[in-house]
Design a binder for this molecule. Structure first.
Ligand SMILES: C[S@@+](CC[C@H](N)C(=O)[O-])C[C@H]1O[C@@H](n2cnc3c(N)ncnc32)[C@H](O)[C@@H]1O
Length: 340
């Protein structure tokens, strides 16, 4: 577990690590705030009012920005936090870090299209089940447009009905082809411990606050993806993925024609499970009549790390795996994919 999310680590250390490892190079604001908190006993004392699991920097900073904390140098943020601590505490206690990044569809889509093509020339219809779906923005891979930058030039891929207002950019290296056409998704649903709703403004505002301050491209993408998802709300079952996945697979089988391929997928989710629950989930995936596509940090999907024969260029890269076999490294927000 990363130190910043490890509830047993001291708060100052969690913030120092967050600044040095997670925020560096990605958010100058969060890097400064986290370094500031780590060296500020008064801020640490406030944050220590929260239960250990809620003291994580990403949750505290998101709660503050959700309430309107301006992007500012640390001394101004420290003053703001002191004045608004009671409200920040209330938001942190009732919310969770559940960033929903539609951009991750860019690394899922080629694998989904290849799966559909394995069954039938022209593609078998797919039923998609996303575990840990948050607000379900990754359940609409067929409704976004894609701009793949490949070594031989740019390749666009659009939904069947024409270009989408959401265009996902992704840099591709390695041998796997870019799909010629969108896979047909005829059924989709998700599971989440705490589903967010694209039709509830407070949930969308929380998703917005979860995007780090400087990432304006991701904020614009969130708004556009929410607008797409609002037109086609996908069902997200509330509950634990291990408890719910069998029943949802059963429903997908019952509600789709024979020949439909059921794909269970997840991105940035298994990190939240303890090793026993991770192993239980992997066992479900081997037992159920589904294909299993995972896009997760290295080491969190049982068996995948052991099968890796390469090292990623960037240590934070995710591993895309099909049925437990690694097939690519991916940038955690879907900005690039490096096929094996
Ligand atoms: C970081 S978010 C990722 C959301 C989405 N997969 C994406 O990539 O944009 C992780 C999600 O997993 C959910 N989650 C964590 N543990 C879970 C569990 N045991 N069962 C179901 N959902 C879970 C969280 O509630 C959260 O919405």
């Amino acid at each position: 577990m990363r130190t910043s999310t490890d509830p047993s680590a001291a708060t100052a250390e969690r913030y120092r690590q967050f600044a040095a490892v997670e925020a560096t190079g990605l958010s100058a604001c969060y890097e400064e705030w986290a370094r500031g908190v780590a060296g500020d006993p008064a801020a640490v004392a406030l944050i220590d009012h929260l239960p250990p699991a809620k003291r994580q920097p990403n949750l505290v900073f998101t709660s503050a920005r959700f309430l309107g904390a301006p992007v500012s140098p640390y001394p101004a943020f420290a003053d703001w936090l002191g004045e608004h601590w009671h409200e920040v505490e209330g938001v942190a206690l009732t919310h969770a870090t559940q960033t929903n990044e539609a951009g991750r569809c860019a690394v899922l889509l080629p694998a989904l299209a290849a799966l559909a093509g394995q069954v039938r020339a022209g593609g078998a219809p797919l039923a998609l089940i996303e575990v840990g779906a948050s607000a379900g923005l990754c359940l609409h891979p067929d409704r976004y447009s894609y701009r793949y930058a490949t070594p031989t030039g740019e390749r666009m891929l659009h939904p069947v009905g024409g270009p989408s207002p959401v265009v996902l950019d992704c840099m591709v290296t390695g041998p796997a082809p870019i799909p010629e056409r969108m896979p047909a998704v005829i059924w989709r649903a998700g599971i989440d411990l705490n589903p967010l709703s694209v039709t509830r403004q407070a949930d969308v505002d929380w998703l917005d606050a979860l995007i780090w301050p400087e990432h304006d491209d991701r904020r614009a993408r969130l708004r556009a993806a929410v607008a797409v998802a609002r037109r086609h709300p996908a069902e997200i079952v509330q509950g634990d993925l291990n408890e719910q996945v069998g029943a949802l697979v059963g429903r997908a089988r019952a509600e789709t024609p024979a020949g439909t391929m059921i794909v269970v997928f997840h991105t940035a989710v298994l990190l939240y499970l303890d090793p026993e629950a991770q192993a239980r989930f992997a066992a479900h995936m081997r037992r159920l009549p589904v294909r299993w596509l995972s896009n997760e940090a290295q080491g969190v999907v049982p068996g995948v790390l052991e099968k890796l024969v390469r090292v990623p260029a960037v240590s934070s890269d995710f591993v895309l795996a099909l049925d437990g076999d690694p097939i690519a490294f991916t940038q955690p927000h879907g900005r690039s994919i490096r096929w094996f």
